[in-house]
Design a protein around this ligand. Structure first.
Ligand code: HAM
Length: 423
């Protein structure tokens, strides 16, 4: 009855289900453990915020705010938006906590929304796992944040990542970088693409992001942005790299790394993976300063794109199937009486800590065994009228096919031994 189109989610959005979901669950569980080890607690902010929360934080000239945000008026005429990223809402939350929030370290995971043109690795609903640590500029914390991220990827088994590092500068550096780049480009800008030419006056830094071959050659000859920055800014970056060296974290300084959001100052970084092609950024992060009226909020953090992490893991042979939780027991019922008795036994076994499934309608033994195989169970417990009369149960070990009849009195103890399940 359902037309095929109406059974699909919106373009650029996906259902995430078995077996892929097992990889997601593993990533999330491992991330929770890691973040806890570093003293971060979880925060879940609303998916909808006042539009201004994002415009103020990310910058109204950014692509995310100008072209990609799902922003609309709600029924009360309020300007609201679906969150395109996690930092702005998290900082709004921390600001609301007053002084306590100025010292907090939090992590989040969940969906973000950007109305971009969908392609491989670029979705309209995607998911981030991210952290934010409130703090004034502090090179050790910046390096620790990067180290935590690299460690998490190691725990996920994600090898082959590359960490690129740069600085966005602070205070007057930003204007000096714009002025310096404009001067350095003054003779060549006329030969660059339309996008670069229009960025020259409005958003000079983004010229460094241009992917066009002919522009890349010109960009590669530019002096590094750090040449236009103050000595103290360069010293801060140097301190971050020296701590990374102590941690043994491998990085590549990339003076062309810009990042697309306005709130950054000082350290910025991106993590790429060769399997991702054009959309090769797995994760991005950096130190930021967000102005709220007279108040400014400073911190450092990162966000990883879960879809892209999954793509990278799949490319190196790590899949959801490998993280599928095992099912221990299937109850097989021969006859009406056994069906009801097994329903009760199933409940008991679950309360004893076993994972246990059974068919709740009357089906042939063959069909029930097929279903048990589909769930890849370790043991099948078979009962018919004979076993019920004797107060016993047949235990079949699915991998070797061996079978034994045990009394119900010792069943749970026997199952514990066979499955290695504690009480
Ligand atoms: P971002 O670089 O915009 O940074 O996004 C972080 C990651 O989210 C990207 O590296 C990518 O893996 C993933 N991502 C972004 N857009 C899409 C999309 N359309 N489809 C699939 N994945 C996507 C931020 O969002 C900052 N809030 C990170 C941050 C936290 N900086 C400081 N604290």
């Amino acid at each position: 009855m359902m037309a095929s189109e109406s059974a699909q989610p919106l373009q650029g959005m996906s259902d995430i289900a078995s077996p892929e979901i097992y990889l997601w669950q593993f990533l999330e569980q491992r991330a929770r453990t890691s973040f806890h080890q570093y003293g971060y607690t979880e925060v879940r902010t609303p998916l909808l915020e006042r539009k201004n929360v994002f415009v103020r934080s990310l910058g109204d000239g950014t692509d995310v705010v100008q072209k990609e945000m799902y922003a609309f008026e709600d029924r009360g005429g309020r300007e609201i938006a679906l969150r395109p990223e996690g930092t702005a809402g998290t900082i709004r939350h921390l600001l609301g906590k007053g002084m306590e929030g100025r010292n907090d370290r939090v992590f989040y995971m969940g969906p973000m929304f950007r109305c971009e043109r969908p392609q491989a690795g670029r979705k309209r609903q995607f998911h981030q796992i991210g952290v934010e640590a409130a703090s004034e500029p502090n090179a050790i914390l910046d390096a620790e944040c990067i180290e935590m991220q690299m460690r998490l990827m190691e725990c996920w088994g994600l090898s082959g990542c590359e960490l690129q590092l740069n600085t966005r500068g602070v205070g007057e550096d930003k204007q000096h970088v714009v002025d310096g780049l404009k001067l350095a480009l003054s003779n060549t800008i006329a030969s660059m693409c339309d996008d670069c030419r229009s960025r020259y006056d409005q958003n000079t830094l983004r010229i460094l992001d241009c992917k066009k071959e002919s522009c890349r050659a010109i960009i590669a000859d530019l002096p590094p942005v750090t040449d236009f920055m103050a000595e103290e800014t360069r010293a801060y970056l140097q301190e971050v790299t020296s701590v990374l060296d102590l941690y043994g974290v491998v990085y590549k300084l990339n003076p062309l790394l810009v990042r697309g959001l306005d709130y950054y100052e000082h350290t910025v970084w991106e993590i790429t993976h060769p399997s991702l092609g054009a959309q090769d950024a797995l994760a991005g992060g950096g130190r930021y300063r967000i102005q709220y009226g007279k108040d400014a909020f400073e911190g450092v953090g990162f966000a990883m794109g879960v879809e892209r992490v999954c793509m990278a893991l799949t490319s190196i042979g790590i899949t959801g199937e490998q993280h599928k939780p095992s099912m221990q027991i299937a109850l097989i019922s021969l006859g009406e009486r056994a069906l009801k008795e097994n329903a009760v036994l199933c409940r008991t076994l679950r309360r004893e800590g076993f994972s246990c499934i059974m068919e709740t309608t009357h089906r042939s033994m063959k069909a029930q065994m097929r279903s048990a195989n589909r769930h890849d169970v370790k043991l099948a417990l078979i009962r018919g009228d004979d076993e019920l009369n004797r107060g016993t149960c047949l235990i079949k070990q699915m991998n070797e096919g061996s079978q034994q009849e045990v009394s119900l009195d010792v069943l749970i103890q026997q199952l514990r031994e066979l499955t290695g399940t504690d009480s």
